[in-house]
Write a protein that binds this ligand. Sequence first.
Ligand code: GLY
Ligand code: MN
Ligand code: MN
Length: 357
Amino acid sequence: MSDRVKKLQQILDRYNIEAMLISKPENRRYISGFTGSAGTLLIDKQNAYLFTDFRYVEQVKEQCPGFKVIQIGDDFYQKLLHLLQKSGVSRLGFETHYVTYESYDKMAGELSGVQLVPVKDIAEELRLIKNSEELQLIEKAVDITDRAYSEMLQLVKTGMTEKELALELEFIMRRLGAQGRAFDFIVASGPRGALPHGVASDRVIQPGDMVTIDCGAVYKGYHSDMTRNFVLGKADEKQQEIYNIVLEAQVAGIEAVRPGVPAASVDLAARGVIERYGYAQNFGHGTGHGVGLAIHEGPRISFQEQELILKPGMVLTVEPGIYLPGWGGVRIEDIVLVTENGCRILTKTPKNQLPVI
Ligand code: GLY
Ligand code: MN
Ligand code: MN
């Protein structure tokens, strides 16, 4: 049995369940190693089962040592019920944030005699701390992003559309070994910079525009996430001023990252700087989030997260921004690793000066 399955089995009691169903893709992959698109894990105190269809049976046998593979067609619930009865499971956890109402309804109808227990974040709890192998994959995704961004900067010119720039960036990432992009890239130029999630559009990049690019690569399932800005031509005073404030806030956020502190303290450190300059109303999102098999995972870096304590091995983003409707915006985002003594910034792309191209 893998360590991850054992850890999950050890915490079943804490959630007051005897077995757990897992089908959210990144959790399924984390616990079993299975990379396919369809399958459900059943973990009870002694056993680990993986239900999948004909397409994936052989793949599961290769990828998931320690799991008993059960091939299903439309008989999933019958086979599941049989195993639950065999193991004497009366309280079965399911992923509240992933199971749809329709599946829940079906499951409740089919699994007579079994109490379905909503469980939030049991596998996510294990995923919070990355091991060295996961860290290597994240660092590789970060490295691809750094190198691709630097290559892309050589190609930027006015007259290109945001979408063209996004496409160039993705192409370079794939050439450098990424399996794909981590999300739809944000390329927000000029006034579009005021949209925190301004996915690349057909807008033509103009001389004098501030451009915000938020991008990342996926490498063997692991994500990276980085935001940088640049100006085409010459930066004006306002662009320089807003950039410097966001940079100061971002550095303050990173300086607050260390083990033993609540996630909220990172948010408050960054937010405090932006508030001090009078832009509190223009920073309306959290300061960051964990990154791993998902682009957004725990720990959430928000001023509300007073209970969530940072620990060595957590990987998170620090990404404050200022967004001014009609003018544009700036966000700076790095990925950092919480270490025994503080943190290590994984992102290498320079940020100390606003690049002018
Ligand atoms: N790329 C989305 C984010 O930074 O969270
Ligand atoms: Mn991002
Ligand atoms: Mn992010």
